[in-house]
Design a protein around this ligand. Sequence first.
Ligand SMILES: [Zn+2]
Length: 462
Amino acid sequence: MTMPIFLHNTLTRSTDEFKPIIAGKAGLYVCGPTVYGRAHVGNLRSWLFADTLRRVLQANDFIVTEVMNITDVGHLVGDGDEGVDKLQMAADKVSKTAWDIATEFTKLFVDDIKKVNIETPHVMPKATDHIAEQIELIKVMEAKGFTYAISDGIYFDAAKLPEYGQLSRQKSEEKEEGARVVVNAEKRSASDFALWKFSPEGEQRHMEWESPWGKGFPGWHLECSAMSEKYLGVPFDIHTGGVDHIAVHHENEIAQTLAARGVLEANYWLHNEFMLIDGGKMSKSLGNIYSLDDLDLKNISPIGFRYFVLGAHYRTQLNFTWEGVKAAQNALNNLVDMARDWQKPSVVDEVTMGKFMLAVNNDLDTPAALAVLWNFVNDGAISSDVKAATVLKMDEVLGLALEDVIARPLRISEAAQKLLDEREVARIAKDWERSDLLRDELFGLGYAVEDKPTGQHLRERR
Ligand SMILES: [Zn+2]
């Protein structure tokens, strides 16, 4: 099945047919985490979008190479060139080193993306493992006259690159006016950014390296230009990130690669919109920066959250409300209940699958794809073995881990059955306290129990 894939390219502001550099292959670079804290639901949305893109490419028979960077140095508070390093800041708070913080949160990150069933990127390079490559890239830019030195580091001279600003279409002067903080007075222009920052005088950073310009550390944007080139070549096919990366981080990545190599870093730039929380921003003061653990406390599973994210197009703002995620979890639970009762998978319904692929190939229209799925599974005229095969195929894109449940009746362990029987007795006796206690015990065994008019209804927590 060869169908065109249409993707919205931030660079051209249009939805274009995806044309790979090498037929049948796709190089994908996903802006990864800065590992100084736990990923929140907004971060996860961005990586779920990138995972959906990868899965759609794979479903269209592309061989995908996905690279996701781990930022463990150089990302300063405020995303610019001022302020302290996010990792060092987190480390100082708990009297650890930045290296410990990086190890701790990289592990948590990897666990989190596994939980939401994101396929592991083929390469997850760390900025600190690629200092030599980054220094090399600065040397090339320096030789071509794109850099200058000031008291706190080596900077990129945006005025030397006529194409600067092509991604955000923001002029340098506009940036100057829009800057929230007072820019470094030594910088020639607000658009200029640090390539190498010097370690502060008389202070030893947790992470610092020797360089031809002095001891210090790389600027945040540099790692992505250096590591994408190393693992995907230049140019490569697709670069993803959140819309917050457009104006500064990705603009600067493009500038570095263009200055050093004379070519565009990537042909397609895809960006996901923000996630709002109850219609507003996430913030520490509002206490609404949720992680997967916070969702778990409210019985929302990682896959339930994935389903919630798929319910909105990646280029629309997604409003997170507890009602919304609960509705998504219920929809997933219903699908799982249905899927358990299906017969063994037989043949895929190609007409339905064609509709599904048309939706996802239309700039990853996952809400439309889910609508195709629901129309199909609710169609009483279709046999359950065909449903099983077709939904299994759809799930290669959706990633709802349905292979674990399709045509696999729920197995209730002996211990769970015992609790369930006890709870039935408690319910008949209207002993609600005991009934709740037993429900919690079942929960601990990995089962969620719901009381329906027909009686107790058990399902695996997923
Ligand atoms: Zn990046």
